[in-house]
Write a protein that binds this ligand. Sequence first.
Ligand code: KG4
Ligand code: ZN
Length: 335
Amino acid sequence: MKILGIETSCDETAAAVVEDGARILSNKIASQVEIHARYGGIVPEVASRQHLLAITPTIEMAMAEAEVGWRDLAGIAVTIGPGLAGSLLVGVNMAKGMALAQGLPITGVNHLEAHIYANWLGGDAPSFPLICLIVSGGHSDLVLVKGHGDYVVLGRTRDDAAGEAFDKAARILGLGYPGGPAMEKAATGSPVSFQLPRAWLKGNSDFSFSGLKTALLRLVEAGEVARWGEPDNGRRSAAEAAASFQEAVVDVLVTKTVAVARERRVKQVLLAGGVASNTLLRQRLMDSSPVPVLIPAPILCTDNAAMTAACGYYRFQAGKTDDFGLDVIPGLKLG
Ligand code: KG4
Ligand code: ZN
């Protein structure tokens, strides 16, 4: 069963064809990162305009690479939220138009659920019950997954998401955009250079990263840390600050995820979302987890449509087909 996935929730225009929710036949991503980098962050109006330009060629490329025509497809899966309204609309309207014209069923996919389903692509299917840590630009969610489509959110961020924290820290250190990969690359200094604060929020599984970001800002403002590219002049380097910051974020994410995995006696731990491409986080979680850890390849951690198609496959299997009243839900939550 071949599903066409379409993803336009943020700043990547993506289309993919996936067979049986696991085998990637194509996975195309038209990135806008260079355009938004000029502004130091995503400009929603620019994003939706770029999606409009890129959506048709991206879908055409995905179908050509997968060597499928419309009659080979069993359905279309499209992200309906959470995300930027103007961006989501481009994908959803395109998907509805194609489904109507080609007589194909359509299913609306939650982007966070799709991130979890990146773990179904390629390797052996995960085993339930499991814990998934979703860490992206907008979310840090600890989710108990009991079965397909069966989620309990055990913890979420109270302020900045993990990816957002990396992005803000990168800006403070003068590392530019996108911040997460820039922070990882810059983090070559000692990770114990500074004692940055960790918000443990004892007794629950929520996260908070804004205090950490503020602590970093204070160090830079107090002249204790040099920004990237500036001469140190007796200050600590941005490489040390980036490493200490990354260490603090990873420490909290891994400690809380491992605690929940033990408590809930799950079979596996899954990692998902853009921050899951961070090498230190991947390594530390694998080293610390009491149960096997599954992590998608880095290209499947950041936004893509193969994960949307995989998620859509399981929705179709469960009979969750939508009608043409399908609409975007920018604030959509999980569970
Ligand atoms: O899942 P994603 O591609 O988009 C959203 O749904 O938000 O996640 C993007 C986020 C950004 O905040 C980005 O800085 C972060 O993931 N990110 C990273 C890394 N790669 C991407 N954070 C830390 N280390 C990385 N290597
Ligand atoms: Zn995402």
